[in-house]
Ligand binder design. Structure first.
Ligand SMILES: [Zn+2]
Length: 381
């Protein structure tokens, strides 16, 4: 329902208080002391457990979580020191062994009480998700398991990718993207002899550790599709290795635009929109729209400052909000896109680059402000 009430913006101190209970899935817990305290209570009560779990002998005095870890080990999931109750850990998946890049793709969560562990492998080809209980109950599938298929090594030759031709180069030149930037980001095009339409198709190669793990195609008429079996990751993930500050944009061309303005520490959300804006975030297992964030969790965890430079429209703002809630609003910053004319603002990084130039785009990034989570009347109904 539309109302004429303006948005209520919650500024930092108030916001911290109000959103204390919201679990920012990718950010550190607000107080590690609190969780340690809770854990030490439930740990001592574990000596009271009388029923031995199936397949694992439980001796008096062994903390619940250790018994749970033994059960996980029987399933091939080897825990490490990061596996503590109330935290997510990235482990090696015993079903797919992390694919070609040996990714620690299995995200494991042990509940605070230490009597249940849930996990999900975020490799698209695998997608193994299940849970195990401390006591007798057998784990059951939460997600329909896919028949595991060995991954296909994506290569430029296999995907029939060729260097970009004149027409595609001209298309990018018009958008002020240089050939040097296109080369560094390995932007290619689909070979014309694999297509019936003979249309020029841009291929944005998604690479991880230099290897092609996915590919997104775009015709010059703005038709998009993704190569089957592509991994869900951020575009440009290799550019944020050890970056303390990153920029997240909403399209591959915006990522290339940021590079023209001097910012290589930029990644692009691969698409999929913002999902539902529910009061509480979905559990990791159900957060399918944002699988790409989970898959890049290890790198994102190290970042202290995240600039959200999504599109200046309702979808873009919803995406920024969804990202901020997952990444933790306290490390997120927002851009204000400059005015285009009396009535409107520029839509994205590429528009600013194209019409105002790289210096103007640099200024946009240099004048970001702390992200403010806005709750408008329309969203809370
Ligand atoms: Zn797996």
């Amino acid at each position: 329902m539309l109302t004429n009430l303006s948005s209520i913006c919650l500024y930092r101190p108030l916001r911290t208080a109000l959103f204390f209970s919201t679990h920012n899935l990718l950010s550190s817990p607000i107080s590690s002391n609190t969780s340690l305290h809770i854990w030490s209570c439930s740990s001592s009560s574990s000596t009271q457990v009388q029923i031995a779990p199936a397949n694992v002998e439980q001796s008096i005095g062994v903390p619940k979580v250790d018994v749970l870890k033994q059960k996980l080990e029987l399933l091939g999931i080897i825990c490490d020191s990061s596996c503590v109750p109330g935290h997510y850990s990235n482990l090696l998946c015993p079903k797919c062994n992390g694919g070609r890049s040996l990714e620690r793709s299995l995200s494991l969560y042990i509940v605070q009480k230490g009597d249940l562990a849930r996990w999900r492998c975020f490799r698209t080809d695998c997608n193994w998700a299940d849970k195990v209980f401390l006591e007798g109950k057998a784990g059951h599938n939460e997600v329909k398991k896919k028949e595991f298929q060995p991954f296909r090594q994506m290569t430029e030759e296999g995907l029939r990718l060729v260097p970009i031709g004149e027409k595609v180069t001209a298309y990018f030149n018009e958008r002020k993207i240089s050939e040097e930037t296109l080369r560094r980001n390995a932007v290619m095009q689909l070979s014309n002899d694999v297509q019936r339409s003979k249309e020029d198709v841009i291929a944005f190669t998604y690479r991880h550790k230099g290897l092609i793990v996915g590919c997104k195609y775009r015709t010059l008429e703005k038709r998009f599709w993704t190569e089957r079996g592509s991994e869900k990751i951020l575009y440009g993930i290799d550019d944020i290795n050890d970056a303390a500050e990153i920029i997240i944009v909403e399209g591959e061309i915006d990522k290339l635009s940021m590079e023209e303005a001097g910012f290589c520490n930029c990644v692009s959300a691969p698409g999929g929109g913002a999902g539902k804006n529910s009061p509480t975030l979905p559990s990791m297992e159900k957060d399918t729209t944002f699988q790409y964030l989970w898959n890049c969790k290890q790198k994102l965890d190290k970042v202290s400052r995240i600039i959200l430079a999504t599109d200046n429209d309702a979808t873009g703002q919803a995406l920024a909000r969804a990202l901020a809630r997952r990444l933790g609003t306290n490390r997120c910053w927002q851009v204000s896109w400059p005015k285009k004319d009396e009535f409107s603002c520029f839509k994205d990084a590429n528009e600013v680059l194209k019409y105002m130039g790289p210096d103007a785009l640099r200024k946009v990034i240099e004048s970001v402000e702390p992200y403010q989570l806005c709750i408008s009347e329309t969203e809370t109904k």
